[in-house]
Design a protein around this ligand. Sequence first.
Ligand SMILES: [Cu+2]
Length: 544
Amino acid sequence: MYQSLLGSALVAAASVLLSQAARVVHDWDIGYLTVNRDGYTTRRAIGVNGQLPFPPVYATKGDTLVINVHNSLDLPTSIHAHGIFQKGTNYMDGAGLITQCGIPPGENFTYEINADQAGTFWIHGHYNHQNVDGLRTPLVIYDTEPAALEYDEDMLIFLEEWYSNEFSVRMAEVLNPLVPFPPPPSFPYGLINGINGNDTAPITFVPGRKYRLRVINMSSTEWFKFSLPGHQLQIIEADGVDSVPHTVDGLDLGPGQRYSAVVTAHDTDQYNYQFNATLYANFVPFIPGMNPRYYQGLIEYKTGAPVKTIAQGDDRQMEWSDDVALKALDRQPLMPVDKSFNWTISSKRYSNNITLAILDEIPFQPPLVPPLFSAMSMGDLALNDTIYGPQTRAHVLRLNEVVEIVIHNPTALDHAMHLHGHDFQVTEYGPSGTQVDPDAPPIPVRKFSEWPMRRDTFVVPAFHYTKVRFHADNPGVWMFHCHMDVHFAMGLALTFVEAPDVLQKQQIIPQGLFDMCHRQGIPTSGNGAGNAGFNLTGLPPIPN
Ligand SMILES: [Cu+2]
């Protein structure tokens, strides 16, 4: 891609963009299929056009991505382009029961997504956690301008964990009042490029060439480390944001996170090498062979060449990707804060004996009216947090405010937080609460350097706080949630309602989105309960 662009280097970037802008059209029939992805279990999963994995989506900056979805499931569905800002098209964000009602079974809907950003993204189901059961694929948007480092070829490495049963089965156990919380952990297998991590096709390197590896963690719970011993990785992108090139030994990715790293192949094809992908979770018991799970594949310079095994050494001595060590390539300075939120992640056993998770006072639950429809229909009252219903955890923002979020996580669980429609400046990590292990080294405070890196999914490790800032420059209703689907389903989420006054003047929700609500009996106007004013009668009770 990069090379072909060099050929047109004399043409101004703008005209390249205009002349090449295309409509990239895909037809997706989303349905069930029976697959064995990990080599151990045959189970029902969710795929596209009878395939799992189904093909990644590729576009070029400036293109319009058109995905014609047909829903062959027996439940509603929706898809979300993770990391895409959807400026002016909040209604295409696909957040189920937030910006749209799901596409009913048997029906069609066309997503039109402006590929205004370049980088590494993914598209996944955003209704009923269908992503966990397979509805997820990479989205690569090529830039029309050269990257911070030259490279010859693009390569995609997408990582997933895969469970032996469906998400709904595991979630029913989590929410079962008769099962002690937490239920026994599950130990998923790791998939690389859609298949069992040990069966992955070799990565082919040609001596002297430079490769941009786009690595995506599409998991719903677990982390991945990725490295190529004997080769260094120069990070140039995280979550669709270009960074000043930064050399590391390996990439460490929480659920939803992505990196691009440039790797220079050795000058000779005398040896082949191994790459490592380690699936792990710090909050699940360490059991040899189950957590972590180690996967290895071949970096093939020449078929049949001897494999040069390089001992990776102590994991803790290696330099892994780290937000605060990165610098945004556009050198955006730290933004001054207009409004601050301070939230502490916790969980509570409620009177119904169900344990739910809390980001902001009470567990999140969607209201009766998807909040985008409330924001569009409630006039000036849309500026009032309370009209969306208490479980929506709606926070109304004014246009162009800079919002700081401090998330405290005094628990032994890690979390990966994602905000739709934006990226964050990641500004600080530090200690929170008291670590379980009294001998654990103290957690240091770590701050960004000159130009804080931005990304759309950040990690709040166990017993840490993380501080981030974002610019409320995108009128719409945007979910902020843990990207670990069990936590999300337990209520670890909230919504930002950004400049609803501007949104009402700027955007018109397509009729098809109203129709699909009405056919499911979901109201599309009024407050969170579908009523006028502040009358929220009809909303389900808040857990006690
Ligand atoms: Cu979480």
